[in-house]
Design a protein around this ligand. Structure first.
Ligand SMILES: Cc1ncc(COP(=O)(O)O)c(C=O)c1O
Length: 485
């Protein structure tokens, strides 16, 4: 028997015809700083999506059988192994992988890209080509294995394609790998993957795509898009059970020493040598996250069953609605990479409110309106400093301040992001909150914690929920922030 949260429904409250699949926790009420309850408005999907009921149900269905995977001889071990390997097939099909590809289950996109950087050997004179708008997960791993060329934030998709072409034609600096985000996690633009992949292949380079943002919002066809390597995270596609995937040609992974050394990745070990095993286990040392993999597969299946055309139509409608209403708000500035009606954009909207710190805007939306957003630099520091007009020298001064633990007043922005569980009502709540903030400022008094740069109401009556699985100590919302920058 599966409990259904209050107010949970597969249909939307905003009058659109197509029912989107239900999410766990819809209709949940949370306290404002004054103690009143309000329905929670989650506008932080780009960081982590809520769980699909289908993902949760898959985990609950498997749980009674849940047992050791791969090497157990018991019936439940075999059932667990079968579910885990079937999940691998589902993920391969979800991204239209080639039959010659392998899906490696990892924790998340960050691990997938680090694993790829560990597995790939480029020629010593070959560089990795990427852009300055990437998430850190697609910037930092490459620095460890090759020289990296960062393309400037491009002014349009055509400029990006032209810049990639120029870089690939530069014989003085041959490129072995082009690696690019499928969509910006800061401003939401969808990147022209097919064209970039085509160019990479024409010039003999490999093509890797960070699909962390795209996977839950657009169909991915690795073959049609000329993608060699793909990384994604389950917790950004409605399967928050700690699983992600690297999809890559088996030939590229087969003879490589694994990133993680340990049990499960070997055929035989002597005191002076090891025989690594075959794919995919070779790159999944240790006991894998079976429930996470199954949840990821269940979410992928549910998204396919829903039809991406309906997901896209829903999210585009919300974005247009948000854009129309945001334009009327005073003292707000939106940040984008590309603009215009032809730009394909996910439900991601990043902005600032003049004279209010980004951290204060986010804190007030939460404490006074029960609206959850994200603020800061979104793990894309080079891109956000570009958007905010921060010079290279200023960026280094900021780094120095951070090194000294001074987080107060660090530049950044506020990001709103949404998906299939979002309604027009949610956008209305956001816009009403922002109108109040931009016209009158916060209603409450806030204090900033200089160690994190986060704000909290001075008089905060919110208590964290009491979970049966935790010891009974009261933690206030004010004390709960950890401030990932
Ligand atoms: C574009 C992009 N790439 C990579 C990541 C890293 O994902 P994860 O934290 O799941 O490893 C994120 C997370 O926000 C992202 O938005």
């Amino acid at each position: 028997m599966i409990a259904t949260p209050q107010g949970q429904s597969g249909t939307r409250s905003d009058g659109a015809t197509r029912a989107l699949p239900p999410l766990v926790g819809r209709g949940l009420e949370v306290p404002l700083a004054n103690g009143e309850l309000r329905r929670y408005v989650n506008l932080d999907y780009a960081a982590t999506t809520p769980a699909l009921e289908a993902a949760r149900n898959a985990v609950l269905e498997l749980l009674p059988f849940y047992s050791s995977v791969h090497r157990g001889s018991g019936f439940n071990s075999q059932a667990t192994t079968q579910a885990y390997e079937a999940a691998r097939q589902v993920v391969a099909q979800f991204v239209r992988a080639r039959s010659s590809d392998t899906v490696i289950f990892v924790r998340n996109t960050t691990e997938a890209l680090n694993l790829l950087a560990r597995c790939l050997t480029l020629r010593p004179d070959h560089a990795v080509l990427t852009t300055a708008v990437e998430h850190h997960a697609n910037l930092l791993p490459w620095r460890r294995m090759a020289s990296v060329v960062h393309l400037e934030p491009p002014a349009s998709p055509a400029t990006l394609i032209a810049a990639v072409k120029r870089a690939l034609e530069d014989r003085a600096r041959p490129v072995g790998l082009v690696t690019i985000t499928a969509a910006s996690n800061v401003t939401g633009e969808v990147f022209p993957l097919r064209e970039i992949g085509h160019l990479a292949h024409m010039h003999g380079a490999l093509f890797a795509v960070d699909a962390a943002q795209l996977a839950a919002h657009r169909p991915i066809d690795m073959q049609a898009l000329n993608i060699d390597f793909l990384a994604l995270s389950g917790h950004k596609m409605y399967a928050p059970f700690g699983s992600g995937a690297l999809v890559a040609p088996s030939a590229m992974l087969r003879n490589v020493e694994p990133m993680l050394a340990g049990g499960g990745a070997v055929d035989f070990v002597t005191l002076d040598d090891v025989q690594w095993t075959a794919l995919p286990d070779r790159h999944e040392a240790g006991t894998p996250n079976v429930l996470g993999a199954v949840a990821l597969a269940a979410a992928a299946t549910e998204l396919e069953r829903t039809g991406f055309e309906h997901v896209i139509a829903h999210e585009r409608r919300l974005l247009t609605y948000l854009e129309t209403h945001f334009d009327d708000l005073p003292k707000t500035t939106r940040y984008t990479l590309w603009e215009g009606p032809s730009v394909d954009r996910l439900g991601i909207y990043t902005f600032g409110v003049s004279s209010l710190a980004h951290a204060l805007v986010a804190a007030a939306l939460s404490a006074e309106h029960a609206v959850g957003v994200r603020h800061g630099c979104f793990c894309a520091h080079p891109y956000i400093t570009h958007l905010l007009g921060i010079t290279f020298e200023q960026a280094h001064l900021i780094r120095e301040r951070m090194r000294r633990g001074q987080h107060e007043g660090i530049p950044g922005a506020v990001r709103v992001s949404f998906g299939i569980g979002t309604s027009i009502d949610d956008i209305d709540r956001l816009v009403a909150g922002l109108r109040q903030l931009s016209e009158q400022g916060p209603r409450l008094t806030y204090a900033c914690d200089p160690r994190t740069g986060d704000y909290a109401p001075v008089d905060d009556r919110r208590a964290m929920p009491v979970f049966d699985f935790l010891p009974r100590t009261e933690v206030s919302a004010a004390g709960a922030g950890c401030g990932q920058f």
